[in-house]
Design a protein around this ligand. Sequence first.
Ligand code: DNO
Length: 359
Amino acid sequence: MKMTFRWFGESSDPIPLQYIRQIPGMTGIMGVLDHYAAGEVWPEEEIAVLIAQVNEAGLECKVIESVNVHEDIKMGLPSRDEYIANYCETLENLAKHGIEVVVYNFMPVFDWLRTELYYENEDGSTCLYYDHADVEGLGPMEIVERTARDSGGLSLPGWEPERMARLEEVMAIYRGIGREDLRANHRYFLEGIIPTCERVGITMAVHPDDPAWDMFGIPRIVNTRDDLDAVVNLVDSPANSLCVCAGSLGSNPENDVPAIFREFGQRGRIAAAHVRNVKWLGEKHFKEAAHLSSDGSLDMQAIIEAIHDTCPDVYVRPDHGRYIWGETGRPGYPLYDRALGATYLQGLFESVTKIKGRG
Ligand code: DNO
């Protein structure tokens, strides 16, 4: 298990790389150039600067998250070919600097969505929170405005202002797109990029939809074990793999998260993993818990055991965290609670390794 940390870059992440380096067992970051809008080519020189900064801090950067997919690709518009060509160019540039895995998502319009960014827990900590009843009462534009307001001026991943500016137009197009159309568009995208990935040595890792259900009457197609199976079969190449996210899939209690890790790990199709916990509060209603099993609804030990048994060398990161100890920063991405998560996950891994006699 290669332990990594999401880092947004010097100008948009308040957490210094040196602090990340000080977390026990931390070997790398999952990096991003988040000032490039979906569809733009990431220039080689900037990728080189990012990698050099990370390396200078004593960390590695082998995973990029996210190279966002332009909405026209997801909607299957004629302009998609140009954006797919740009995507391939970005992949080539990333490969030249040693990137092995690119995490992306195929969620229409929105990346992850929550109804509260700083929900207060009994102990005074705050966490990300979702109640579908709130979403039903609000339109997508209201959710966007509320999220932008609550995020304290920091643009959240997948919520870039230029993307949100087209919201109404894009929502109208999506109303005519069904589940199978969306899957066909995903296939078209993968068929366009996987040959490049194979040539340059990059593995694509699709991130599941978060939360794991349709939003605003628009279909989402990466929600369940069967969806993940469908994705890997769209183009049957190891370069077309998954970023299994425990918390996203785990938002739906019907998903058996440890079994999903075990199956796709055995099939050699997990290229990255986000491991975090959620606490179910009712139907389509949850909050993000601390990583500890007893704090939420997922069995973190079973998840780590599945990783240990089927994909022990995978890039893993603790995902999201609560705000504790007075820390402030980007919603979902604190230093302290994710550091606790990273050490806890490594403790579980060490324990499984020793118990199974491989340590
Ligand atoms: C949320 C993240 C997602 C993920 C993207 C990948 O915390 O896991 O934003 O990075 O969906 O494109």
